[in-house]
Design a protein around this ligand. Sequence first.
Ligand code: PEP
Ligand code: MG
Length: 753
Amino acid sequence: MTDHVSQPRLLLRRLHSVMASGGKAQDKLDRVVRVIAQNMVAEVCSIYLSRAGGILELFATEGLKEEAVHQTRLRVGEGLVGLVAERGLPLNLSEAPQHPRFVYRAETGEDIYHSFLGVPVLRAGKVTGVLVVQNVTPRKYRPEEVEALQTISMVLAELVTSGELVDQEELAEDATDIGEPVRLDGMVMASGVGAGIAIFHQPQVKITKTVADDVDEERVRLEDALGAMRLQLEEMIQHPDLAHGGEHREVLETYRMFAYDQGWQDKMHAAVQSGLTAEAAVNKIQQENRARMAKIPDPYIRERIADFDDLATRLIRIIQGDESNYRTQLTEDSVLIARNVGPAELMDYDQQYLKAIVLEEGSVTAHVTIIARAMGIPVIGRVSDLLTHVQTGEHIIVDASSAHVYVRPTEDVIESYRSNLEIQEQLFAEYAAERELPAETLDGERIDLFMNAGLLVDLPSLDNTGACGIGLFRTEFQFMVSPALPKVDEQTKIYKAALDAAGDKPVVFRTLDIGGDKQVPFLPRDEEENPAMGWRAIRIALDRPALLRFQLRALLYAAAGKTLHVMFPMIAEVAELRRCKAILNKEILRLKKFDKEPPVDVKVGCMLEVPSLSWQLDILLQEIDFLSIGTNDLMQFFFACDRSSPRLADRYDLLAPPVLAFLHMIVQSCHEANVPVTLCGEMGGRPIDAMALIALGLKRLSVSPTSVGPVKRMIRSVHMGQLRDFMLSNIKSPEHSIRDSLTHFAKDHGIKV
Ligand code: PEP
Ligand code: MG
């Protein structure tokens, strides 16, 4: 490669003048490939653009046979060009024909070219084409050459999306079912229901100028914009809605940290240096970041893509001076549609009208989800092909209890949504009115209903539901949303906030249950075949005792002068529990040594989630103050049935006789040993399942906040004596499940399930 290319600025200028020269788009493209080939001393330069249906079509070439233009078409994933599009990353080969994915198309005559460099043409994170250079001589292209081609492709992306080459609708791809009512399914990220017109989150800003006139000036524009953006973030952090602190504020603070990331700034400056305008430089680096981060298996890193997208868009807007309409004004009930949304961007929307969010990506622990939950906005995520099924202004109903999104709903869906909403509102009002009533059966048996929590935003539910306390505080949630290991004092603050919010009610803190599907960003890990049965929870804690020690220390500090309930997860044998207790006792002694106020009492419990422990109940129950049955895990091990596998979701029923007999045995042992036992798995939150559980003798259930009302209602309509007789006669049934007969029983006896 010659000096020309080590001066990408020169090449950019030439491209710029081609693009500014007028004429048909196709002619410009033909000239563009010629200029690139000349400047990069390549025998071939070709541009493939995406067409509907995942097809890449050769749009222009210098060097390949002319008759191939608009004839050669490859599917995404097919051949080397398809591979670049599939991965969204450059491909640099000195011997292209030897690559296993090489496909020869006779009409192109490309078999004589050995070296191949292909880069994706990216636009808003989507591959809209592939730019290729080829040479006869086998050679590997140098990193600066790859970099130069990427810069060019970014300039090209603007030409492509200008709509002059492929019309925009086609680029939007497969918009086939527009017009028809569609139901899309996803995953519930934040519960609730909401409806409104679709509004597209617009992270894509239009970049009108890509090539710099004056590099120094662009550098100043970039610097100024960075400063302005940081100022905006500071203001956002002071937003009155976040004034009370909590993890959503921490999220924004982490996010602010990204805004100061040196690596990110350096790369943008280098792009400006290569001749791009400030906005084009930000965009180029963001496209690259996105492509790179999307390939990283770590879900935490992938979730941060949205944070960076958000920052980049914000920055571009500032550079282009279109901050005026930054705060998106909504005038009617709206549903936000996006691939993903950054946490700060969400706060730019008018909360009064924002009724729901639907995302193509997203996850339960994504920062945006946490903020949305704090704002009480339902979120459904992981909706495939969302953006191709919805158009701005269309009516959308989001039902985040069933994870359904209704686009252009039919009249009967709207009607049923309306009545569901009314029923739901009415039910909520009734549950709220019943919050002070005891969960007591018709024949006077009292059940204690606790709630599960994990984030500070869950705490107000304690009062709203009238739960007896927090039966399971999943401490790991806090760790999952934190980029670094929370320090002792940070942890203390959180635990103290939970205890303060609970007042006289108990809070059962479960020590870290990380690993499995709950990955934390700061703990390196190996891929495991069976993560649920792998290095997780107490296994990590005992192998990394400092982690557990610090957590116990924070819990002890937080509970000074109060009763601390602490519970260990995934205990498989009594010996494991003893090791945990030894660490706890050391920490209690340490309090004395440092003259710290201790809790008035420390109650120690453990989760029963691993079946092996149930064969040691006699010893175990002498060593603990309480037991909590975690049926979510316990049942997956009991049936050898992965709890996260959709194929197995309905395979076994939790109201199967062997489950009931097993739980009955555990509950009886606890009663005999006089040790309180709670069930804290999801099962306890479903009224019909809860009915079976109380009949087995469970007197304490810990359920999600939204389940407290319905379960209490069931309890208050049941006659325990009759129910118990019925259950005990069914526990030995040979059936797959007693669910149907229990449902009939409920109907016949007027039980509200
Ligand atoms: C359980 O396994 O039942 C439980 C409550 O723990 P988690 O769902 O957090 O694994
Ligand atoms: Mg569990």
